[in-house]
Write a protein that binds this ligand. Structure first.
Ligand SMILES: NC(=O)c1ccc[n+]([C@@H]2O[C@H](COP(=O)([O-])OP(=O)(O)OC[C@H]3O[C@@H](n4cnc5c(N)ncnc54)[C@H](OP(=O)(O)O)[C@@H]3O)[C@@H](O)[C@H]2O)c1
Length: 268
C-alpha cells in the first residue's frame, strides 16, 4: 500500500513532525509511514500515531515518493553505503539532518529533488521555527509540499543555503537562550518573593505572550517595548538596567557565536 510521506528515522524530530502532520489534517495516519531499526522505536511511534512502520528505509522508499530524512548525521552514510538505499528522480527528499549540505546529499542521490531544512526543537510542541533551502532539482511544488509539512508544527522561512548556519544560530540554538532568560526572570521573581513554580510559569507565559504580540500585531518589537514603557514608570526602570548590562549586545554576540560554530562544523 502506498503512502504520501515516509520518515526515514522515527526519533524525536520525526515523531514531532508526524504528530503535527496528522493533528493538523495535512495527511491521514494511513498516508504516513516511518522506519527505524529498533523494534521499540517502531512500536512506540505506531502505538502513538497509528501509522505503519517498517524496519528499513528501502521499504519506505518503495512505497512513497516524499521522504523525510530524519536520522542523525553519523547514520546517513550507513543508509546509503551499507544498506544501499536507492532514491531516484521521482523522490522528493526533505532532509533535516543537521550540517549536511545539499551538495553532499546530491552526491548520495544525484537524481532526486532535495530540500534541506534546519528545524528547531520547539516543533515538539507545534511551535517550531525552521529555515529551508531548495536543491537544484526541487520545483516550487516540491518546496510547497515541504513548507506545508513544516507549517503543521510551527513556521518556516525559505533562505539561501549559505544562511542556514545563521538560521541555526538564530532559531536552532535560541531555544536554549530563551530558556536561560525564563530561568533568570524566574530568579528575579523568586528574589522578589514569588514561589519558584509560579515564577517560572509567569516568566514563560510572558515570553509566549510577547512573542505572540510580535507575530500577530506585526509591529516592530521596539515599538511594542515603547508602548509598555510609560513615562517615569516601573518598566523603563527595568529597561535601563538591561541596557546598562548590555543585554542586546550579549544576544547579538550569542547568535553570531552559534552561527560561526555551525559554519566551522560544516567545513569539517
Ligand atoms: N533534536 C533537535 O533539536 C534537532 C534540531 C535540528 C535538527 N535536528 C536533526 O534532526 C535529525 C534527527 O534528530 P533526532 O533528535 O530526532 O534524533 P533521534 O531521536 O536520535 O532519531 C534518529 C532516528 O533515526 C533512526 N535511524 C537510525 N539509523 C537508521 C537507519 N539506518 N534507517 C532508518 N532509521 C534509522 C533511529 O532509529 P532507532 O530509534 O531505532 O535507533 C531514530 O529513530 C538529526 O539529523 C538532527 O541533527 C535535530
Amino acid at each position: 500500500m502506498s503512502a504520501k510521506i515516509g520518515f526515514i528515522g522515527a526519533g524525536k524530530m520525526a515523531s514531532a513532525m508526524i504528530g503535527g502532520i496528522i493533528s493538523n489534517g495535512l495527511y491521514t495516519k494511513d498516508e504516513v509511514v516511518a522506519c527505524a531499526p529498533s523494534d521499540s522505536t517502531r512500536s512506540e511511534v505506531a502505538a502513538k500515531y497509528g501509522i505503519r512502520t517498517y524496519r528499513t528505509a528501502a521499504e519506505v522508499a518503495e512505497i512513497t515518493d516524499f521522504l523525510v530524512l530524519a536520522v542523525k548525521p553519523v547514520q546517513l552514510r550507513g543508509l546509503f553505503a551499507e544498506e544501499g538505499l536507492r532514491i531516484n528522480g521521482s523522490h522528493l527528499v526533505m532532509s533535516i539532518v543537521a550540517g549536511v549540505k545539499i551538495a553532499d546529499l546530491e552526491a548520495y542521490v544525484p537524481d532526486s529533488k532535495i530540500v534541506r531544512v534546519m528545524p528547531n526543537h520547539c516543533c515538539l510542541v507545534g511551535e517550531g521555527a525552521a529555515g529551508y533551502s531548495r536543491g537544484t532539482k526541487a520545483t516550487d511544488a516540491d518546496v510547497e509540499k515541504v513548507r506545508k509539512v513544516l507549517s503543521s508544527s510551527g513556521m518556516a522561512e525559505e533562505v539561501k543555503e549559505s544562511d542556514l548556519d545563521a538560521v541555526t544560530g538564530l532559531a536552532g540554538s535560541s531555544p536554549a537562550f530563551m530558556y536561560m532568560v525564563i530561568d533568570a526572570m524566574a530568579d528575579g521573581g523568586v528574589l522578589c518573593g514569588i514561589p519558584r513554580e509560579k515564577a517560572i510559569k509567569l516568566a514563560a507565559q510572558s515570553m509566549l505572550g510577547s512573542a505572540k504580540m510580535v507575530l500577530e500585531t506585526g509591529e516592530h518589537p521596539d515599538k511594542l517595548k515603547d508602548i509598555v514603557c510609560s513615562p517615569g514608570g516601573t518598566t523603563i526602570e527595568g529597561v535601563r538596567v538591561l541596557e546598562d548590562s548590555c543585554v542586546r549586545s550579549a544576544f547579538i554576540a550569542a547568535v553570531e557565536a552559534s552561527t560561526l560554530k555551525s559554519r566551522e562544523m560544516g567545513r569539517k
